[in-house]
Design a protein around this ligand. Structure first.
Ligand code: ZN
Ligand code: ZN
Length: 388
């Protein structure tokens, strides 16, 4: 059991919807857990964005795909080729070492999670581009009720680097519980409503050690000549009985951090229960009504008409994101997946800053006055701390 907690950092690699622009790339974000990297979505040119950031390509362990729209998955094939030492074949008699047989016991270097079709998309892309990979990968699929429960959704045999241990995970009471867990974290997922099957992910840290006050324990430890090494037991929250019968109780464990990372949605309510008390909620806000601020505002547009149009395309407004953040009692809301109308250079451009400040204020209207709302910008990085 861990005695200290890990560093949790989120870096936005792409924050655009529809077309990418010179200031926003397509969707992807990197979750850093100490040194490990988990990607959520992998839009076109994600690997270029990684190279512009401090995220280490070689540390990517997992990729979670929210849905199969191209702006969330087109970058996965080139990224796999880079991460897994892939390339085209060799000519003539030269033997390519990447053609070694991968056995059932081989551990995957990269685990990919996504909705039905993710496995077929990757397999077809690798096979038809003759891409050879130097290390194995596996794809676990989250199956919706309308999906077949078995099968790979393709007639192609697995790529030589694809492990056949990919799971097809069925919904249980409306969620995909514990699709991954280790001693520090548990990942669960649930459907969210979009124009195509779409997944939201919840990364929940297990309870962490409480704050330790050594002064509370040292007199008893010294008096009973107990080795100081008991301090590490106490730090883990355990109780220790000393030679004279005194029992010392370690500090109570604190709840771990909860991150909720949503894909595109016009209504994420199926994930609400799983998402309750999120320390960080990442929610799209594709369209906003910004009369007087956004010069593209149509004269007959109203908030209602903009919201209706956004929802008809499977998307949300900042107010909808704020309302969901309030509903689940989130501590902090980060908006992403912005319309190409809203440039992402708001750190250097006054007009862009005015738009993003207005979007932030719209989300705060429904989230609440003490709420923290951030509009994500490409390569923005933020740490997720424990609640005080
Ligand atoms: Zn999208
Ligand atoms: Zn989409």
């Amino acid at each position: 059991m861990a005695t200290s907690s890990i560093n949790v950092n989120v870096t936005f690699l792409g924050t655009a919807s529809a077309q990418p622009s010179s200031t926003r790339n397509h969707s992807s974000l990197a979750l850093r857990l100490d040194g490990d990297v988990w990607l959520f979505d992998c839009g076109e040119a994600t690997q270029h964005q990684i190279q512009k950031s401090s995220v280490k390509m070689g540390r990517i362990q997992k990729i979670f795909i929210t849905h199969a729209h191209g702006d969330h998955i087109f970058g996965i094939l080139p990224l796999l080729a880079s991460r897994l030492n892939g390339a085209g074949g060799t000519t003539g008699e030269v033997e390519d070492p990447r053609l070694q047989t991968i056995t059932a016991e081989t551990e995957p270097i990269l685990e990919i999670y996504g909705p039905t079709g993710t496995r077929a998309y990757i397999r077809n892309g690798l096979v038809y581009t003759h891409t050879l990979l130097g290390s194995p990968y596996v794809v676990h699929e989250l199956r919706f009720p309308a999906d077949p429960t078995h099968g790979d959704m393709t007639t192609l045999s697995p790529h030589v680097a694809e492990l056949r241990t990919g799971k097809n995970v069925a919904l249980v009471n409306g969620i995909w519980p514990e699709i991954f867990s280790n001693e520090i974290l548990v990942v669960s997922a649930a459907p969210i409503l979009h124009s195509v099957p779409c997944v939201g992910y919840v990364v929940h840290e297990r309870p962490v050690p409480g704050k330790m006050d050594p002064k509370k324990y040292i007199p008893d430890i010294k008096r009973t000549k107990t080795p100081m090494s008991v301090m590490s037991q106490l730090q883990r929250g355990e109780s220790v009985q000393l030679a004279d019968g005194t029992v010392l109780h370690g500090p109570q464990r604190r709840p771990g951090r909860k991150l909720v990372i949503l894909g595109d949605t016009y209504d994420p309510s199926p994930i609400a229960e799983l998402a309750v008390d999120a320390d960080l909620l990442i929610h799209e806000a594709t369209n906003a009504h910004l009369p007087g601020i956004d010069p593209h505002t149509k004269p007959d547009d109203t908030y209602e008409s903009v919201q209706k149009r956004a929802m008809s395309r499977g998307h949300s407004t900042p107010q909808m994101a704020g309302a969901f953040a309030k509903q689940i009692g989130a501590k902090r809301l980060v908006l992403n997946h912005f319309s190409p109308r809203y440039p992402g250079n708001d750190d250097v451009d006054k007009d862009a800053a005015a738009v993003m400040t207005a979007i932030q204020a719209l989300a705060a209207q429904t989230f609440g006055s003490n709420s923290e709302v951030v509009c994500a910008r490409d390569l923005m990085s933020l740490d997720v701390e424990h609640r005080k």
